[in-house]
Design a protein around this ligand. Structure first.
Ligand code: GLY
Length: 353
């Protein structure tokens, strides 16, 4: 998978280089209603003084995962068509994971695929969604049910955008960094568990973002289409997606990373009982998650529904729920099956500790 991931030093230059490399006939920028206000002015200033590039046409969709729909996707296709986009046009996705996922899917399917660039503006999108080529939308109440693998040509990570991000969204992205630490090494996990998220030092965070993205890039380069080791990146997501889908169905809003953090606790419990993951590390992570993300309230009457939601996970084969677990920090065990009883016991642990 060819993907140029840049930890930004000078966004203006890097952006012009990314456009120049493709020489598009028309240029489009996708934002949501929030990044149009908070982030687009930064980019639009860069284009105002440039010559030799087509003037960008702005497309805006609704914010949050609620807008990650077929209707929003159709609106982007329509705007591209009405704006005269051709196969040689380019889309720049400026926003969080919803914008980079949906915009990436729109670009990958419009006229069978046009060039695109991701400029993630949230921590979640920087360390996860914008890198590695997963694109898509939610469908029939299921997360990322429809989509394709197709990587952005360039991803530019500029942590200056994090200055406008609220603490809940910083925490949300941080859960994916925690996951990267767990699948990587003890030193990285220790650094993550010690970081002060109440008063984040953005310079330190930037260095940790670079390390986190390097973990993801290494895995995605090895297995771009998730036939094997890329499943490591799903640690915490089998249970996490079920929590997220349940919350969505009940009209409770939870940020993706919060659901992943809760899912990590569940799946580290399974890792401890089935693969020997050290219980001391499990308790440290569980305590960090409780203090940082609170708890997701549900009762045993919802176990069947959560189980049913897990049966839709994309890693499953022939309806058998397939987890990624750990034997220790960095010791990845993919394709671990768990029975309904195991899963109910895991949910008991989550609720009762
Ligand atoms: N978010 C997990 C992956 O990109 O594979």
């Amino acid at each position: 998978m060819e993907q140029n991931v840049i930890i930004s030093r000078d966004l203006r230059t890097e952006l012009h280089e990314a456009v120049h490399r493709v020489q598009p006939d028309r240029l489009f920028v996708l934002t949501d209603v929030n990044t149009r206000e908070a982030c687009w002015p930064v980019l639009s200033a860069f284009f105002a003084d440039s010559t030799g590039e087509p003037a960008p046409q702005l497309i805006t969709i609704g914010a949050t995962d609620e807008a990650k729909t077929l209707d929003s996707l159709a609106a982007v296709w329509t705007a591209l068509g009405e704006g005269g986009a051709t196969r040689h046009s380019m889309l720049i996705n400026l926003g969080g994971g919803m914008v980079t996922d949906l915009g990436g899917f729109a670009a990958s399917t419009f006229k069978r695929g046009i060039a695109y660039v991701n400029i993630p503006t949230t921590l979640l999108a920087m360390v996860d969604a914008s890198v590695g080529g997963k694109t898509g939308i939610n469908f029939r109440g299921l997360k990322n049910e429809i989509g394709v693998f197709n990587a952005a040509g360039t991803v530019i990570l500029d942590t200056h955008f994090l200055r406008t991000l609220d603490s809940a969204n910083i925490r949300s992205g941080y859960a994916e960094m925690l996951k990267h630490g767990l699948i990587s090494d003890e030193a990285m996990l220790t650094e993550l568990l010690a970081f002060d998220l109440e008063h984040p030092d953005l310079e330190h965070l930037k260095a940790m973002v670079a390390k986190s993205v390097a973990v993801k890039e290494r895995i995605v380069t090895e297995d771009p289409h998730e036939h094997g080791i890329r499943k490591a990146l799903n640690l915490g997501h089998t249970a996490g997606h079920a929590f997220e889908s349940l919350a969505m169905a009940e009209g409770r809003t939870v940020l993706h990373g919060y659901a992943v953090a809760w899912g990590l606790v569940c799946e580290l419990y399974l890792s401890a009982t089935r693969c020997g993951f050290p219980s001391e590390r499990l308790h440290q992570v569980a305590q960090f998650v409780r203090e940082t993300y609170g708890i997701f309230p549900f009762d045993c009457k919802q176990y069947d529904r959560l189980y049913e939601l897990m049966t839709h996970d994309k890693k499953n084969v022939a309806g058998i729920i397939n987890f990624t677990l750990l034997g220790a920090v960095g010791d990845i065990r993919i394709n671990q099956q768990a029975s309904k009883d195991d899963i109910f016991e895991m949910l008991d642990y989550y609720r009762e500790g």
